[in-house]
Design a protein around this ligand. Structure first.
Ligand code: SAM
Length: 445
């Protein structure tokens, strides 16, 4: 029977759908369609970007509005802060945001002060984030990058929203970060030990400085298992795929390259390598090249981060803010996705980890948060530093987990980490009448 199906289609893996086009009675979206999430109350992007009436002041000059300029912690709803930056000339090379994860909990600091609420209805959460991400895109330079740190709860929703706002082609990585160990985990499910970072660029041309780490001893011993008087080495083949008609395709020392392969080097070069002791001969007479470990061996980071656990999960005091992120992780992100002098924005800055990292690495920064506890933690950290951080570096190094970030290593007492920083404390002018007392306490930190 004539079916109109060619022999090739019959045998191709999608032959069935290709063969019976009318089987699905409803047409699929055409290629120009954009996938999105629907719910009531979705604003159009231009409504979100339209300027909101706002003004910002320093607590000591409450009548004098100022522009939001770099090196400032701003106490405000970040919708207002991001909207003001989006409608200013300032553009960031990097935005890192670590919003509420929608865990269903309220968070308190170690001294039991309420930090922030994290219990949302899903549509409200999505639209809350979507509006801020639309504004964040406006605040980014064309070659800028954005990282959203998020738990498993809203990861899927935010991926869809980010694809809608930034384009799926600009999704660079979904990074898994190991946040804690699994000890004492008793729930009837797999232990939850990761959270995630969605890394997007604004365009295909974005700033990137590949971060690397020193390999662990375990890795070195596995990859470079042999040693001699020259040092640690591994053995690699002296042949490569593909056949050649020239001298690399001819026998060397009476041996042909394996079938389908050629020698990596001309016979004269192989002879030289052998004379210099760089060729290892197996018992069965097969040659392999010795590759020695170099002192500066460094491995690029993958999308699986194991070296940046939260200090809180190791009971190590840093600022006491409940969801404080690992400073070295932020230094790596800042180093990879911005250059000295660039502006880095953290719209959910909490205890100021990003601001600290940006400041230590010579970037300009703006941090936004609406929580008094977050303001207290950030301002204290920026003015007085972190005395307990030294313990953290030592302990982690003892566990062989401290990452060796090239050029980015945290300097315990010699660098800027514990120095007071030059910065402004700025507040949304509208909140001042209701919260004058709290703001004065914060200004006095
Ligand atoms: C997960 S914490 C950020 C922790 C931070 N990365 C750190 O290292 O300390 C989320 C922060 O978002 C803040 N936040 C939530 N909604 C906000 C809003 N609308 N405007 C400003 N900040 C907000 C909370 O107060 C909280 O400090």
């Amino acid at each position: 029977m004539a079916t109109g199906i060619t022999a090739r289609e019959k045998h191709s893996p999608d032959a069935l759908t290709a063969a019976i086009p009318g089987r699905d009675p409803y047409p699929l979206p055409d290629p120009s369609a954009v996938a999105t999430l629907t719910y009531p109350g979705r604003l159009e992007a231009d409504q979100v970007i339209a300027p909101i009436q706002s003004s910002f002041v320093r607590p000591d000059r409450p009548e004098t509005p100022i522009d939001l300029e770099p090196n400032a912690f701003v106490l405000c709803d970040n919708l207002v802060g991001l909207n003001a930056i989006a409608n200013s000339p300032n553009r960031a090379r990097l935005i890192y945001l670590d919003p509420p994860y929608n865990t269903g909990f309220d968070f308190h600091s170690r001294d039991l002060k309420h930090a922030y609420k994290d219990d949302w209805h899903t549509p409200a959460y999505i639209e809350f984030m979507r509006r801020r991400l639309i504004l964040a895109r406006e605040c980014l330079a064309d070659d800028g990058s954005i990282y959203i740190h998020i738990g498993h709860q809203m990861l899927g929703h935010l991926k869809v929203i980010m694809d809608e706002i930034f384009g799926p082609q600009n999704c660079r990585n979904i990074i898994s970060r190991r946040k804690c160990s699994s000890k004492n985990f008793t729930s009837k499910q797999y232990a939850n030990i990761h959270d995630y970072l969605l890394f997007y660029s604004k365009s295909k041309s974005y700033y990137w400085d590949q971060p690397t780490q020193a390999p662990s001893k375990e890795w070195l011993d596995r990859e470079y298992p042999k040693s001699d008087q020259r040092g640690q080495y591994k053995l690699v083949p002296v042949h490569a795929p593909g056949t050649r008609n020239g001298e690399t395709g001819l026998p060397w020392r009476g041996k042909n390259p394996p079938p389908g392969k050629h020698w990596q080097y001309a016979p004269s070069k192989l002879d030289q390598l052998d004379r210099d002791g760089f060729i290892h001969w197996s018992k069965t007479g097969n040659p392999r090249r010795k590759v020695y470990l170099s002192a500066d061996k460094a491995l690029p980071y993958t999308d699986n981060w194991d070296a940046f656990r939260d200090a809180h999960h190791q009971s190590i005091k840093i600022t006491g803010y409940p969801t404080e992120k690992n400073l070295n992780m932020l230094k790596m992100i800042v180093g990879a996705s911005s250059e000295p002098g660039d502006l880095v924005i953290d719209p959910f800055c909490g205890s100021g980890s990003t601001l600290h990292a940006a400041s230590d690495l010579g970037r300009r920064w703006i941090g936004l948060d609406e929580s008094f506890s977050a303001a207290e933690a950030s301002l204290h950290r920026l003015k007085h530093g972190l005395t307990a951080m030294g313990d953290y570096v030592e302990r982690d190094a003892a566990n062989d987990r401290q990452p060796q970030l090239e050029g980015l290593m945290f300097q315990e007492s010699t660098g800027g980490a514990n120095e007071a920083r030059e910065f402004s404390f700025v507040v949304d002018q509208e909140i001042l009448p209701a919260f004058r007392e709290q703001v004065d306490e914060l200004a006095a930190i």
